[in-house]
Design a protein around this ligand. Structure first.
Ligand SMILES: [Zn+2]
Length: 343
């Protein structure tokens, strides 16, 4: 467990004061306190026990080649051991998946090119995402989302089927007036309707990230769509509330703009405070995490003040090799403690 004195020593007084405000405003800690990991990160075999000891509630499973890679892992001995441990320890499990290329299988292109996006050169192209104007595309996507849900069933009812990572959307005459966020939301609304038919408590993320970070304006979220806000291009060298200048990439005004569209009570922040893979520029060997509990505490105050109750951070590359190289990841206990306090 975290020693309170060492925690207090690590966090500047101003951040603690901001954290206290967060507790007062939010009425306590965050109800979702998560980490998002890839199957490879479970080379650190006791990840679930470590998460539990840190007071976390939720492990999200992610993979760049998802969902297929995650389905295979969940069915493997290694995956089963992790999922059983989470169940035993009372940890929620969710699946955060860049799913679009599998929801609309690329091999349909030869027979049905109209399901796919029109690219900047005016050609149908199966390289990314889909044409959200195509009812047939949405039907295929929804069917496959339901099929994947049968294999990867989150314990929370919260589903995450993201678009292809940072890739473009459709420029056909019907879609070109819609932003990437609006095109993604059309797809998400359709997927959610299909999921609710098989899982009545299903809700579905609208991922605000990279080119979908600006909020949708011309398409409205159906009830059960929740905001998942992932400001990957923000700075981690200073608290987020100091990144309010509109010229700052992924700055705080983007969150507030999204909260004009999506309810704060169900919104999820997907952060990068523990994401060794980001700080390593996604190349091994892993860099040492530039751990900033003061930034975390201040950021939590910023999020709590907006009514946000659900928070997770990627912690990719925090694995057996990381522990071998840098020793025990003591930041996990601090992360959990600061989250439980609410900031
Ligand atoms: Zn289109």
């Amino acid at each position: 467990m975290l020693d309170r004195r060492s925690f207090l020593a690590a966090v500047p007084a101003a951040a603690l004061a901001a954290g206290s405000r967060a507790v007062a405003m939010a009425g306590g800690g965050f109800s979702t306190r998560g980490v998002v990991l890839t199957p490879e990160d479970f080379s650190l075999a006791d990840w679930p026990e470590r998460a539990r000891r840190a007071g976390l509630t939720t492990i999200g499973i992610h993979h760049q080649n998802s969902p297929r890679a995650v389905v295979a892992w969940a069915a493997s001995d290694a995956g089963s051991r992790v999922l059983e441990a989470c169940d035993r320890l009372g940890l929620e499990v969710e699946y955060e998946l860049h799913a679009m290329k599998e929801l609309l299988p690329r091999d349909l292109f030869a027979q049905e090119p109209a399901l796919f996006r029109l690219d900047a050169d005016g050609r149908r192209n199966p390289d990314a995402n889909c044409c959200p104007h195509s009812a047939r595309a949405l039907e295929v996507i929804a069917e496959n989302a339901v099929a994947i849900a049968a294999k990867l069933r989150p314990t929370t009812g919260r589903y995450f089927y993201w678009g292809d990572d940072g890739l473009p959307w459709c420029a056909c005459p019907e879609c070109r007036g819609l932003s990437p966020s609006e095109q993604a939301l059309l797809v998400e609304n359709r997927i959610l309707r299909a999921l609710k038919a098989v899982d009545p408590r299903a809700t579905l993320a609208h991922l605000a990230y990279h080119d979908t970070l600006p909020p949708p304006r011309k398409v409205a979220p159906e009830p059960g769509i929740f905001l998942e806000y992932a400001p990957i291009h923000r700075s981690y060298d200073e608290p987020y509330d100091r990144q309010a200048d509109p010229s700052r990439r992924d700055g705080l005004p983007m969150l507030d703009a999204n909260l004009e569209v999506f309810p704060a009570a169900t919104a999820r922040v997907l952060e990068y405070w523990l994401d060794v893979s980001l700080f390593s520029r996604w190349k091994r060997p892993a860099a040492k995490l530039p751990w900033r509990p003061d930034v975390l505490a201040a950021d939590l105050a910023t999020y709590a003040a907006r009514g946000i109750r659900h928070v997770a951070s990627f912690a990719v590359y925090v694995d057996a090799a990381y522990v071998q190289r840098y020793g025990d990841p003591a930041f996990l206990a601090e992360y959990g403690a600061i989250l439980a306090r609410g900031g």
